[in-house]
Each structure stands twice: as structure tokens, then as C-alpha cells.
Design a protein around this ligand. Structure first.
Ligand code: MN
Length: 240
């Protein structure tokens, strides 16, 4: 079966053309495995979000699932509070932070990509704090309006901080990449997050490995990696 991989759509009410493009992409997806590798949403305040964007995307994913698309969802740094209700309503399977799968005869490691950016020490500290089970537990109990406010503040802070960070620390750390290949035994890795689409080859302990980086979706276009039935992989752009 064909496998499709997307990440970093950053769907938001202010970007209706991207939402439209994603809904068209879903409607056109043949029976396939669809892997969403994080940051589908610019912000996810909780599965009880009753806003039009959240509901439209949930309905479209549910329709795709009903048509035979197998949807797999991995959380990103923006939508890490996606939970079981979302999975139930969309028919998606929730993936762990590092998911090792076997596809087309290859061991493939799927991750959002933020955990590979180990040079960004401040971000890694923030991540540990907000992804802590106690933080998630407390967040879920806040009223929806308060969670919207917190999400907005986090986004503003992140934009301000990232402006002042050197380009290099926003990319993956090569030692972290090598360690991920070694620890998992994967030959192939697909991730997003850095918004630097490309294909990178490695030699790890005499094994040939490849890292595919998905691009983010913007008015300039979307990105998707596709593995066809024969096992050949391509990283392609999609018109928006
Ligand atoms: Mn991200």
C-alpha cells in the first residue's frame, strides 16, 4: 500500500487557503497509509475545541478514514495536546514521539523532528516542562478560553525567541541524528519541524541511511513524501 507523509501544515483560521489545500489533499488520497508527523495545527488547545477549523479537519479526517485511508497522527510541538477523543473522532491512530515502523521492507523511524534539535537548549527545557504529564493534566482542566489565551502567548513568545536565535541551532544536531539511527536500527528517517525540506544520506556503522525532511505548507506550496507499492520514495511539492 502507498504511504504518504506530511508535517507542519500549521493549520490556522488565518490561513484558509492552506486548510482548503489540505482538505483537497485528503479528498484526493487513495487508499493509503497517511502519516501526519506533527504540527498539523498551528495550535491545538484540546480535543474539546468546538471551533470551525478543528471541526472541519476532524470531519475530513473521519471521512478519509471511512474511505479506507489509514490515518496515523504524531504530535508536534504545536499540537502535542491532541488526545484520545481526537483519535476516536477521526479514526486516527496516535503514534509515539519516536515511532519505528516497518514498511516496504525497510525500517523507518518517524518523528516530528524537534527532539533532534538538541542545540536549542532553551527549547528542550520548555518542551520537557510543557510535555510533562502533570502539566498536560493541569492544562486539560482549564477552561477552553484560558487554553486559547495560553496557546496565543506561547506562540508569541516562540516567534520572539526564534527571531534572536542563530540559524544553526534551529536545525537538527548531527550527533542526535546519528544516535537516532543507531538506537533504532532504522535505515530511513522521516521528520519535519525544521522547515528545511531535503534528502540527506549518511553512513552509520557501515550502513547506508537516509533522512527525509518534509517541508512546511505555505502559500508557496505544500510538501509530501510518498512511498509507492514498489518501495520507491519521492519527496514532492504540492500546489496550493
Ligand atoms: Mn514543529
Amino acid at each position: 500500500m502507498t504511504a504518504l507523509f506530511v508535517a507542519d501544515l500549521h493549520l490556522a483560521p488565518e490561513r484558509p487557503t492552506i486548510t482548503r489545500a489540505f482538505l483537497d489533499f485528503l479528498a484526493g488520497a487513495e487508499a493509503a497509509d497517511l502519516y501526519i508527523l506533527g504540527d498539523l495545527f498551528e495550535a491545538w488547545v484540546g480535543d474539546d475545541d468546538d471551533g470551525p477549523l478543528a471541526r472541519a479537519v476532524i470531519a475530513a479526517l473521519a471521512a478519509a478514514s471511512a474511505r479506507g485511508v489509514r490515518v496515523h497522527f504524531q504530535a508536534g510541538n504545536r499540537d502535542f495536546s491532541v488526545g484520545r477523543r481526537f483519535a476516536r473522532e477521526t479514526g486516527a491512530r496516535l503514534l509515539g514521539d519516536q515511532e519505528l515502523i516497518s514498511t516496504h521492507g525497510r525500517r523507518l523511524l518517524l518523528l516530528h523532528g524537534d527532539t533532534l534539535c538538541t542545540d536549542d537548549v532553551a527549547y528542550q527545557r520548555f518542551r520537557r516542562c510543557v510535555r510533562h504529564p502533570l502539566t498536560l493534566f493541569a492544562l486539560r482542566r482549564l477552561p477552553l478560553a484560558v487554553r486559547h489565551r495560553i496557546a496565543r502567548r506561547w506562540r508569541e513568545t516562540s516567534i520572539r525567541h526564534n527571531r534572536n536565535k542563530p540559524e544553526s541551532i534551529m536545525d537538527v544536531n548531527e550527533q542526535a541524528v546519528a544516535a537516532a539511527f543507531r538506537d533504532s536500527g532504522a535505515q530511513l528517517m522521516i521528520h519535519g519541524h525544521t522547515h528545511r525540506p531535503g534528502r540527506h544520506g549518511y553512513r552509520i556503522d557501515d550502513r547506508h541511511c537516509e533522512r527525509i525532511v518534509l517541508g512546511d505548507w505555505s502559500d508557496a506550496g505544500g510538501w509530501c513524501a510518498r512511498i509507492d507499492d514498489a518501495g520507491s520514495l519521492e519527496l514532492r511539492t504540492l500546489p496550493i
